[in-house]
Ligand binder design. Structure first.
Ligand SMILES: [Zn+2]
Length: 241
C-alpha cells in the first residue's frame, strides 16, 4: 500500500497534537527491551523513529540496511557514492550524540530504493533470537523501502520468535487522525525525558545532508524540511506492537 509522498504537503503536526487519542495510548513497558535490534531502511530513520527509545535504554544494535545514497537522485553537488559516505558518517555522529557511540552497526549495503527482502530477512534472522526486540519501520509506512524492511523484519521475527515492534515515519505525513488504514489500536507511547528529547534533537541535527539543502538547485532541496521534522520533536515516540 505505497502512498504518494509529496514533501511539500502532508498533515501538519498541529493536527496530530490536537488529536486527543494520542494522549491516551498506553505507555510501552521497556522492562524486556534488552538490547533491541533497530532496523533502518535509510540513515536517519532510526533517529527520527526511535532515537528517544534508544537513548532512554542506553543500548541498541543497528542494522543500517542501505546507505541512503539515492536521497538526491539529480544532485548537482554530490555523487551517490559521496552521499553514501556522508550519510554513514551522519549516522555514526547521531549515535554518538545519543550516547551510543559503542553501538554495533551492521551495514549490509543494500541498494537504496531496491531492497532485497529475501536477503534482508536472512540477515535479520541471523541476528534475532526468541524474545529479542526488533524495531523496524511499519510494514505499511508508505515508502517502498520502509515497507520492505517491515516485511523482512516480520518474517525474521516469525522465524526466530523475536518480538516485532514497528515504528511509523511517513505515516505521519500521508495519514491523518482516525485514518482507518493505520492500526491505532496497536499504538504505544514511549515518553521522552527532557534530556532525551534534547539528545534526539541533537542527533537529528547530525544529518545536514537531509535537513538542509545540498545546494541551490531544486534537485538538492532538503528531504526533511521543518514541517516534516516537527513530527519528530514530540515529547514521545509511537510504536505499533
Ligand atoms: Zn527512510
Amino acid at each position: 500500500m505505497v502512498k504518494p509522498i509529496v514533501i511539500e504537503e502532508g498533515t501538519p503536526e498541529g493536527s496530530w497534537l490536537a488529536w486527543p487519542a494520542m494522549a491516551e495510548w498506553p505507555e510501552l513497558p521497556l522492562g524486556e527491551a534488552g538490547t533491541p535490534l533497530i532496523v533502518a531502511p535509510h540513515p536517519d530513520d532510526e533517529i527520527l523513529g526511535v532515537a528517544g527509545l534508544m537513548a532512554t535504554l542506553g543500548r541498541a544494535e543497528l542494522v543500517a540496511v542501505t546507505d541512503g545514497e539515492a536521497s538526491h537522485p539529480g544532485s548537482t553537488v554530490h555523487t551517490q557514492a559521496e552521499l553514501a559516505l556522508i550519510r554513514r558518517a551522519e549516522t555514526d555522529e547521531a549515535l554518538r550524540r545519543l550516547g551510543l557511540a559503542d553501538a554495533v552497526v551492521h551495514r549490509p549495503g543494500q541498494p537504496d530504493g531496491k531492497i532485497d527482502e529475501e536477503a534482508l530477512t536472512e540477515v535479520l534472522t541471523g541476528l534475532l533470537s526468541p524474545g529479542r526486540w526488533c524495531l523496524a519501520t511499519w510494514r505499511e509506512d508508505g515508502h517502498p523501502d520502509h515497507e520492505a524492511v517491515g516485511r523482512a523484519a516480520a518474517r525474521a521475527c516469525e522465524a526466530t520468535g523475536a518480538v516485532l515492534l514497528e515504528y511509523p515515519i511517513w505515516t505521519w505525513h500521508w495519514s491523518a487522525p482516525e485514518d482507518p488504514r493505520v492500526p491505532w489500536d496497536r499504538a504505544f507511547r514511549v515518553p521522552l525525558a527532557r534530556n532525551v528529547r534534547d539528545a534526539k534533537q541533537a542527533a537529528i541535527e547530525a544529518f545536514p545532508s537531509q535537513i538542509a539543502p545540498l545546494g541551490p538547485e531544486p534537485a538538492d532541496a532538503a528531504i526533511l524540511p521543518p514541517h516534516v521534522l516537527a513530527r519528530f520533536a514530540r515529547p514521545f515516540e509511537v510504536i505499533f506492537r
